[in-house]
Design a protein around this ligand. Structure first.
Ligand SMILES: *Cc1c(COP(=O)(O)O)cnc(C)c1O
Length: 491
């Protein structure tokens, strides 16, 4: 940080002294102030050079410097305002001027231009080697030894019988529904508080989603709401073909009561564990509690292949059929023969190499994300208007994203406004997922709430996710914490 007093000069300062100060401070800029210490203009080494070229000697004073209005910002600035101003005027230094006209700070571009993102990829040591092996052996095609090994290694890591590596988590959910016979006119129950990819494959199959609310203890599917949805389905004589249970932000749903309901009606569960690889439910790996489980390796997930997904199940025939459908449903014939419709959904051998390397560091990544969560909770413990996403005793969450709610009664600010204020400080926070039953796309779909009031509506209105990457540095996180406190406490 630049010490503003060390770079302040007056019109009485000699050029020689000004050059020496500039050299000593290595600030790239001087501040010309008047006798009262009020800021007048900035001085660069170019300004001093021009004085010399105009024939003013080293012993001349700065009296000859032209009067000029410098670009400045007032002390209520946001980082984004400051950066916009620097960009607009192609400058790298920006004095901050208080109400009395004094320079209180000089912002430097390289210190300001630092965006903190929600969740970014975090490579380990081994990915490159697996990818290079794919190049060495020319296994660049989809499929290949990395794909087979990634499937085996992931199945082993989560303790499931079989796994099929796919091009995305969305593709995995789509195949899961297809495998369970979901088709035209069918209904599928689905968690409402989720990313759209949990539900869109239902529509791909020509089926209709019915959305189920969250319960307040895990923010995941409510057994009370699911029970009422089943009661209504029984009454209407239209049971769903499947139930998509989502594990939100790295935390498993409370599966036992959900499974009891589904078993009673003979309806299989697709566990959307796209966000919860590495989490556990009552000691059991997340993603292995339903008939079929789904993981995602999208760029923002806890481990990534840049894009990819995995479908897992203990049913070998089901997973084998997933691989068949994912490679254009090609019949076992020497010529190209097809008896049913398939997809091009397999993962490439290169990306599977990235996945193998990432899987090796999964436990470290989970630990790091949980630590990020703890640092937020401890660092902001005094702000009672913040409540953290709960972790029930049966859950081991990965804390993929640190999620919290802002009590609207004790702040004058909505979660949306808070997210926007953080954004102005170049901190990427996000509102919680907008529930599916509130999406224009699904406005016509049926919805069952947890109780009289909808839990997911309340969470959406008050919740947000904070930067949570496993590679978030201590200094970055401290900046988020300090900024949050200063916004909430009007600093
Ligand atoms: C990311 C995500 C998906 C989709 O995974 P992709 O690999 O991006 O297709 C599905 N469901 C949830 C809950 C997700 O967060």
């Amino acid at each position: 940080m630049i010490d503003v007093r060390a770079i302040a000069v007056t019109r009485a300062t000699r050029v020689r002294e000004a050059l020496a100060v500039l050299d000593r401070a290595a600030s790239g800029i001087l501040l010309l102030v008047d006798a009262g210490g009020r800021f007048e203009r900035t001085i660069t080494d170019g300004d001093l050079r021009r004085l010399l070229l105009e024939g003013h000697g080293l012993d001349a004073t700065l009296q000859a410097l032209p009067v000029m209005r410098s670009i400045v910002i007032d002390s209520a600035y946001s980082r984004r305002d400051a950066l916009d101003l620097m960009n607009r005027h192609s400058i790298n230094h920006l004095p901050v001027i208080d109400a009395a006209g004094h320079a209180v700070e000089v912002l430097e571009r390289r210190a300001i231009d630092q965006q903190i993102l929600l969740s970014v990829p975090h490579m380990g040591m081994a990915e490159r080697e697996y990818v290079e092996e794919a190049f060495r052996s020319n296994w660049i095609a989809p499929l290949g030894p990395n794909v087979d090994a990634f499937e085996r290694e992931l199945a082993q890591a989560v303790g499931v019988g079989h796994a099929a590596a796919l091009s995305s988590g969305t593709a995995a959910i789509h195949l899961a529904l297809r495998l369970l016979g979901v088709g035209l006119g069918d209904r599928v129950f689905c968690s409402t508080l989720t990313f759209v990819a949990s539900a869109s494959p239902i529509v791909y199959q020509g089926a209709e989603p019915v959305f189920i609310d969250s319960e307040p203890h895990s923010w995941n599917m409510s057994a009370a709401a699911l029970g009422r949805a089943f009661d209504a389905a029984v009454k209407a004589g239209r049971l769903p073909k499947a139930v998509v249970v989502v594990n939100l932000y790295g935390q498993s749903a409370d599966l036992d009561p959900l499974r009891a309901l589904c078993d009673r009606h003979g309806v299989p569960i697709v566990e959307d564990a796209a966000e919860s690889l590495g989490a556990r439910y009552k000691g059991r790996a997340s993603g292995t509690g339903g008939r079929i489980g789904v993981f995602s390796f999208n760029g923002n997930k806890i481990i990534t292949t840049s894009g990819g997904g995995m479908l897992v199940s203990d049913d070998a025939a089901l997973v084998e059929r997933a691989r068949f459908l994912a490679t254009q449903a090609r019949d076992p014939a020497p010529h190209y023969q097809h008896s049913e419709i398939g997809y091009n959904y397999r993962m490439s051998n290169i990306l599977a190499g990235v996945g193998r390397g990432q899987l090796k560091v999964l436990d470290e990544r989970v630990r790091a994300r949980r630590e990020v969560f703890e640092r937020y909770r401890e660092g902001l413990a005094d702000l009672s208007e913040l409540a953290w996403m709960p972790e029930p005793e049966w859950s081991f969450s990965t804390r993929w994203l640190t999620a919290c709610t802002l009590d609207p009664r004790s702040t004058r600010m909505s979660a949306q406004e808070f997210v926007a204020r953080l954004g102005a400080e170049l901190i990427e926070a996000r509102p919680l997922w907008k529930p599916m039953h509130l999406q224009p796309l699904f406005a016509h779909c049926e919805y069952f709430s947890h109780g009289d009031a909808s839990v997911s509506d309340r969470l959406f209105a008050s919740g947000l996710c904070l930067p949570s990457g496993s590679n978030l540095s201590g200094a970055q996180q401290q900046r988020v914490i300090d900024t949050m406190r200063s916004i909430l406490r009007g600093g």
